[in-house]
Design a binder for this molecule. Sequence first.
Ligand code: ADP
Length: 241
Amino acid sequence: AASLNTMTAQLAATDRRQREFLADVAHELRTPITAIDGFASALVDGAARTDDDRREAAEIIKGESGRLCDLVADLQALTLADLDQEVVREPTDLVECCREVVERLEHAAGERGVLLRGPRAGQDPVVAVTNAAHVQTIVSNLVTNAIRATPPGGSVRVSAMHEGGSAVVEVADTGVGIAPEHLPRIFERFYRVDKSRSRNAGGSGLGLSIVKHIIEAHGQTMSVRSTQGKGSTFAFTLQKA
Ligand code: ADP
């Protein structure tokens, strides 16, 4: 009977977490959908009178639908991370994974005046037992956050190295940093330090929960050090091949 009680309690907890998750998702969907609905109505019923009004409405609709697409992509990634048991893990070069992400995001960083640097040319491979797509998901989430947090003239550095018996990947920025009271909470779903600013900058608030899920599925943990006004360093370890 005791174990049956435990099982019932566990099921109730899962059920509660799922309902909380759905409530969070509904809440996050509401803001962009309300904006799209409002500005689409203004176009349909003629409340947007001038060409300028109509252009502004169209731009807001475009921006908010873009945010919805990002949110749905993140939700999908989070669900896939949950089903991680099935994912194939094989010897993977982390240096190469980091380079691919840097190549993909270099342009976006440059546009914001941030210098994005990857592993130096000619560095020996750092091989871990993992999944390349997952490592790239993690690194690109960390780099996207780092670029967003870094003012023009700053830099973001991505590196892969051996440390003790493990392989380590690190993303370091010279950005705004994270206050100590927020640090323990940034991996929570939909948690944002500066709500209005992050929303406008386009973050879904899910990036770090996806990262945490994938790392935990590897039986590993993330670490983060941050000094306000100086920058942050996110790191994770993987089992060496
Ligand atoms: P988001 O989609 O908002 O980026 P995340 O889960 O990826 O969501 O991150 C949660 C919050 O943590 C961000 O909104 C931001 O406030 C903070 N954060 C994450 N990475 C950094 C960083 N490198 N520097 C400063 N703040 C960060």
